[in-house]
Structure formats: C-alpha cells, structure tokens
Design a protein. Structure first.
Length: 165
C-alpha cells in the first residue's frame, strides 16, 4: 500500500484542483495539513469540542476569505455552522463570502441569521445594509445602516460616500 501513497496523494491533489475550480481553490497549506493527517492516521486538530471546532473553522474561513478564496471560506463557515448552528460570526463570515461572490440575496439571509443570533453587533447590521444596497433596496439599506450605527457609531468608515435618499 505504501508504494501507492504518492499516486493517491497526486490523485487527491488533482481532485482538489478540479473541485477548486468549481467551488473555490483550497489553500495548499490546508491540503498539506489534511494529507499529512490522513497519512498519519491521526485525527485532525479540527476534531476537538464543537465550539473549538467551530472557532477553528471560523478562523480558517477568515483566512481563506482574506486571500479571496471564497469557496474555501464558504466551506469553513459551513463546517463551523454544522458544529455551532447559532454562531453569529460563522453566519457573518458566510454573508461576507457570499456578498463578494455576487450572491447578494443569500448574503442578506446569512447576515439576517447573524443578527438573529446577536442583534447587538453593528457589523452584522452593516453587512445586511451592504447586501440590501447591492440588491437596490436603498430605503431598507439606510434603515439597516441606522441600526448598525446605533450599535457601533465607529462604523461610519464602512459607509463612506453613501448618502441618504
């Protein structure tokens, strides 16, 4: 079986490459980590308690998001939600990745779930405001911005150039 390991690793990377073109390419570091974990037969560090696992996936999602790997980010935020379905930051991250992928209606739904789980966070309301603006719903967008700024007045930088109708 060991003589087939290099072939299996190459096939895994090729499969990941094809899937990456469809849903967003995973980082090489993540692929290396997963391949090493599979080879050693040990459990991944992602198999801790549900909250630790969710937090780790949120971190991985944010890292992927910051490099523009929105498909990978969506995967990690989805994994976080499978372990912690009420995590506002997993919903928010999902909204950000969907928003920048041009899926504004889905982004709005994700931001609304973040708001449902943490109404006090201005960033969740700001995300919803941006999604509403992208959908051409100006009045609702400005109402969401008012909610965001009520909760966190420092968010004005996110709204630069916007004017109320």
């Amino acid at each position: 079986m060991n003589r087939f390991r290099p072939l299996l690793d190459r096939l895994s990377l090729l499969t990941a490459g094809v899937l990456g073109r469809i849903v967003g390419r995973p980082s090489e570091d993540l692929l290396t980590q997963l391949a090493a974990s599979a080879r050693s037969g040990s459990k991944s560090s992602l198999s801790d308690s549900p909250m630790v696992t969710a937090s780790r996936h949120i971190q991985l999602g944010q890292a992927a998001f910051s490099t523009g790997a929105f498909g990978e980010a969506l995967h990690h935020f989805g994994e976080a939600l499978s372990h912690a379905p009420d995590s506002p930051w997993a919903w928010h991250g999902r909204g950000d990745a969907l928003q920048l992928s041009g899926q504004h209606e889905s982004a709005l739904a994700a931001y609304q779930k973040a708001i449902e789980n943490d109404d006090s966070c201005g960033l969740h309301h700001a995300g919803a405001a941006n999604a509403l603006a992208a959908l051409g719903q100006e009045k609702a967008s400005f109402e969401a911005w008012d909610s965001a700024l009520e909760r966190d007045p420092s968010l004005t930088w996110m709204r630069e150039g916007s004017k109320k109708p």
